[in-house]
Design a protein around this ligand. Structure first.
Ligand SMILES: [Zn+2]
Length: 415
């Protein structure tokens, strides 16, 4: 069945028809009227309180529907997660950087929720995956030690911020023994006094355009959008990851990250737990942050999360080995008249992000004597941004029409 979804107009979203979220919303959102002056940041597909999807035609919300029809989740999902969808699936259109953040692992989430229930509202972990729809940029994980040390040597401004002891601790760190030095220097950065930070940002801004190899484009953009923010120096610690369409990065627990620019599919466990670290006017819980961050250095390339292509169907599976979600990337070329998306033992949510055609959802019923018959269940046109909720064990057939390629993303639980 088709879903109507919620749009979130956060200020960092792309504006008007430049936003992919807005172009999907024309079909994915009830009575959507594009305003060329508004920000369209996120399209939410799921049951989250702050924007539950609605079933087209009936007007019933998805959480209401699932409550009445728990079988649609599939036996394993129902058993493991109870009667709710364990993931939230999104489209993001990013114009301006989101805050640098980490998400606690399950046990830290439980501890934080027990200690600060107002700030950390639930006890769930929040792993996330981002799959690029357009050229996409983010910050993710600590850079290789050598890169951070090279920046530090070229940046007297950063040395002043870190102070003598932390600067030396980081410069003396070794490939096989760097955690303490990295933690000491990252902590000094996060705890820098506002006046010192502002002065050193000014100093660096005044000379960066005449220097080489100092990430000047990224620095200038962030320094313009977030003046006086500690995140402008965090770029010398964190990898600047660039994804091509179809490439992904997985944000495991405790990995510092931020989305910078572009459009992506995002899937996450159902949680709001965020510990912020910069590029934000919001509260930064520095002590929690510096204790919880995973101090692990790796290259930008190593931050990418490879999908696995099924040789039979060509479907690319992004499976980050958490029970909460996995994502299929489905590409259908005009060579095939009809493409069958295999039935899953889990509920799934699927969005068409490219192409046009028709779809047919059917039930496979096995009769006595082993004879199986297919009963049609729902069918309609495929447009850009058509969103389907597929109950477990349903077959989806896609008929491509008037285009070269259909692309769809399908979030589900792989248990
Ligand atoms: Zn995040």
């Amino acid at each position: 069945m088709e879903l109507k979804c919620a749009v979130q107009n956060y200020h960092w979203g792309k504006v008007g028809s430049a936003s992919l979220v807005a172009s999907f919303a024309a079909n994915a959102v009830t009575d959507f009227k594009l305003d060329e002056g508004s920000n369209y940041a996120e399209l939410w597909m799921g049951t989250h309180n702050s924007g539950p999807s609605v079933i087209k035609g009936t007007g019933e919300t998805l959480p209401e529907y699932i409550k009445k029809n728990p079988d649609c989740l599939g036996e394993k999902v129902l058993e493991r997660f109870g009667g709710d969808l364990p993931f939230l699936f999104k489209v993001l259109s990013v114009r301006q950087a989101l805050s640098i953040q980490i998400h606690p692992n399950k046990s830290n989430a439980e501890a934080l929720n027990a200690k600060f229930p107002d700030r950390y509202k639930d006890s769930n972990h929040k792993p996330e995956i981002a799959i690029a729809l357009t050229d996409f940029q983010g910050l993710c994980g600590f850079r290789p030690l050598k890169e951070i040390q090279d920046f530090l040597q070229k940046l007297p401004e950063l040395q002043t911020i870190l102070g003598e002891a932390s600067t030396q601790a980081l410069l003396n760190a070794k490939e096989d023994d760097y955690k303490d030095g990295l933690k000491a220097s990252f902590t000094s950065l996060m705890k820098v006094e506002v006046d010192v930070l502002k002065k050193e940002l000014e100093n660096l801004a005044a000379r960066i355009n005449d220097s080489e190899g100092l990430q000047k484009d990224l620095f200038n953009t962030l320094n313009k959008d977030f003046p006086g923010d500690v995140g402008c120096f965090a770029i010398f610690f964190l990898n600047h990851v660039k994804l091509l369409p179809g490439e992904a990065m997985y944000l495991d627990a405790d990995v510092p990250h931020a989305y910078l620019y572009g459009e992506c599919m995002e899937c996450m466990a159902n949680s709001d737990n965020v510990v912020r670290a910069g590029l934000t006017p919001k509260f930064i819980d520095v002590d929690t942050l510096v204790d919880m961050v995973q101090y692990k250095c790796a290259t930008a390339e190593e931050q990418k999360f490879p999908g696995v292509t099924d040789s039979l169907t060509g479907i690319v599976l992004f499976n980050p080995h958490v029970p909460d979600f996995a994502v299929n990337m489905i590409k259908i070329s005009s060579n095939s008249d009809c493409f069958s998306v295999p039935a899953l033992d889990s509920i799934s949510i699927l969005i068409f992000t490219k192409g046009t055609g028709k779809y047919l959802v059917s039930n496979k019923v096995v009769k006595e004597g082993g004879l199986s018959v297919v009963q049609p269940y729902a069918s309609d046109e495929i447009k850009l941004g058509t969103v389907l909720m597929l109950p477990a064990h349903k077959i989806l057939e896609v008929f491509i029409e008037d285009c070269d390629e259909i692309v769809a993303y399908q979030a589900f639980c792989k248990l």
